[in-house]
Design a protein around this ligand. Structure first.
Ligand SMILES: Nc1nc2c(ncn2[C@@H]2O[C@H](COP(=O)(O)OP(=O)(O)OP(=O)(O)O)[C@@H](O)[C@H]2O)c(=O)[nH]1
Length: 254
């Protein structure tokens, strides 16, 4: 039975900071945001977590197996090295969408993202125990993106096509299946899933093809951490490539 632990990361009072005492150079903001993302990815990643950059000022992490003291250490490390601080809200639920709602409420209850007094919130609930079937991760990939898109269309047309597919996938997977899907680069989307059967993945792929004309395949894996479920999903995706299947569900996710 899936049980996803989601951490919402929010940069404290970031909006006002970007324009105080006057608007800061965009290039500096872009550098800060991408370095902060890389840093969080490394810190949570070294403990089996995945971080998705989403809007950069808000990031969403899958943190099964990572306890409160590690979250606090990460906050301290960021405070010591960056001109900004971060708040973390943590939620747990079989449905990733509901876990994220709980994580969001934990932060929102402590004050606004633009409240100068609200700093380094660490609030919400942590999974008591981990089990191998806690997490299901799906790794979606566009079929033959290199041959059909990258090597044929200009880079912007390819980007727009991939983004259209991603937008459809993200919205549909959330609304129809309570899963959270994130673009991770190239033609890849990684999704955190509730308990779904094969038909749900087939239906999702058919929907994105119909709505955006983007042809996907997906590998699905399970595990106690994002790292282990995500790696099983990557192997399942490789089997799709070998066998020509659209959906491969690893035994770890059954
Ligand atoms: N983040 C991430 N990006 C990947 C991964 N695998 C491939 N990519 C990216 O996706 C791009 C396309 O690679 P593939 O998906 O292997 O190529 P393809 O042409 O779509 O071929 P098939 O997937 O075999 O249909 C690469 O240039 C990378 O940018 C992955 O596991 N994670």
């Amino acid at each position: 039975m899936p049980n996803t632990q989601v951490t919402l990361v929010q940069i404290d009072n970031y909006g006002p900071w970007t324009v105080t005492p006057e608007p800061r150079r965009e290039v500096d903001l872009q550098t800060l945001q991408s370095r902060l993302y890389a840093d969080l990815s490394q810190q949570f990643g070294s403990r089996g977590g995945y971080v998705f950059f989403t809007r950069f000022d808000n990031m969403i992490a899958v943190t099964n197996g990572i306890d409160e003291s590690v979250h606090r250490q990460v906050q301290t490390s960021i405070r010591n090295r960056y001109p900004v601080t971060t708040s973390f809200g943590i939620g747990v639920d079989p449905s990733p969408a509901v876990a994220l709602e709980a994580a969001t409420e934990a932060i929102q209850d402590a004050g606004s993202a633009q409240d100068a007094e609200r700093r380094e919130v660490l609030s919400g609930s942590i999974l008591d125990e981990s089990a191998d079937d806690d997490l299901t991760i799906a790794h979606f990939d566009v079929n033959d993106a290199t041959e059909r898109l990258t090597d044929r269309l200009d880079a912007f047309a390819t980007f727009a096509h991939i983004e259209r597919g991603y937008a459809e996938l993200m919205a549909h997977f959330y609304e129809a299946h309570e899963g959270l899907a994130f673009f991770v680069g190239g033609d890849n989307v990684i999704a955190v899933c509730p308990d779904l059967d094969r038909a749900a993945f087939e239906e999702t792929i058919a929907h994105v093809d119909e709505a955006a004309g983007v042809d996907l395949k997906v590998g699905v894996g399970g595990g106690a951490t994002a790292e282990s479920a995500g790696m099983a999903a990557k192997h399942a995706l490789e089997r799709c490539r070998e066998n020509g299947h659209d959906v491969d569900i690893d035994d770890s996710a059954q």
